[in-house]
Write a protein that binds this ligand. Structure first.
Ligand SMILES: C[S@@+](CC[C@H](N)C(=O)[O-])C[C@H]1O[C@@H](n2cnc3c(N)ncnc32)[C@H](O)[C@@H]1O
Length: 212
């Protein structure tokens, strides 16, 4: 329940104006903050873009995307949604509230309830559990088109280990580009686009994904 989360304010942190006043009920991860800093530093525009965020958690990344002009669908597991809604109400001016929608999306289960119509897919600190990699990949494959831009921010943990998701699973289906890194905290921001590859006469996203 919401009461288990402690309100914090990012006022104490030195972020640029658009996120410095956010009031969050759950700590955004350093990974989320790194992704937000990247968007602000690179002046990434979300204006007119249809955006979906996976595993929103505190919602900070999606909130910034709304503040930067995006039409954002925040998603996470059902029990997290109240917290996201709270943070949206606390941080997004009512004039932009129409640009924020919150929906349940459990990877591998709910993605087909969503159309593959997004310009941008966002994910911060969502790659940390080996058993969820296949369902997360299926979700990304379903939601994306070759025109979709995907940003995934990832904190490598444990340090310096081989990560099958980034090394093997994603490159089979997506072009990956490392666009930012926070070397002190082992955080990496990847920009992905879907390959236009086909296996036989089947699109690549219909291939079953298995982690061995
Ligand atoms: C470490 S938190 C990151 C939250 C936020 N993106 C951030 O960086 O601050 C991981 C998030 O992924 C969500 N998540 C984990 N497994 C999931 C699944 N199978 N389907 C949907 N969301 C999931 C969790 O509920 C949680 O909100």
């Amino acid at each position: 329940p919401i009461s288990h989360f402690h309100p914090i304010s990012l006022n104490t942190l030195t972020y640029q104006k658009s996120i410095s006043t956010l009031k969050m009920w759950m700590h955004p991860t350093s990974t989320a903050l790194t992704l937000c800093e990247y968007f602000e530093r690179e002046k990434i525009s979300f204006a007119g873009k249809k955006v979906i965020e996976l595993g929103s958690g505190s919602g900070i990344v999606g909130i910034l995307a709304v503040l930067l002009g995006g039409d954002v669908t925040f998603t996470d597991r059902t029990f997290i949604l109240k917290q996201i809604e709270h943070n949206i109400v606390a941080n997004i001016p009512s004039s932009c509230k129409g640009s924020a929608k919150v929906c349940a999306l459990s990877w591998g289960e709910d993605q087909t309830k969503f159309l593959s119509e997004y310009d941008v897919i966002l994910g911060s600190d969502i790659v940390y559990c080996l058993s969820s990699y296949p369902s997360l990949l299926k979700t990304l494959l379903h939601l994306s088109q070759p025109e979709t831009t995907i940003y995934i921010a990832w904190q490598m943990w444990p340090r310096n280990t081989y990560n099958i998701f980034f090394r093997d699973m994603l490159p089979k289906h997506f072009h990956l580009q490392l666009v930012d890194e926070n070397i002190n905290e082992y955080i990496y921001v990847y920009k992905l686009t879907k390959k236009q590859s086909f296996v036989g006469d089947q699109p690549a996203d219909s291939v079953d994904v298995v982690v061995v």
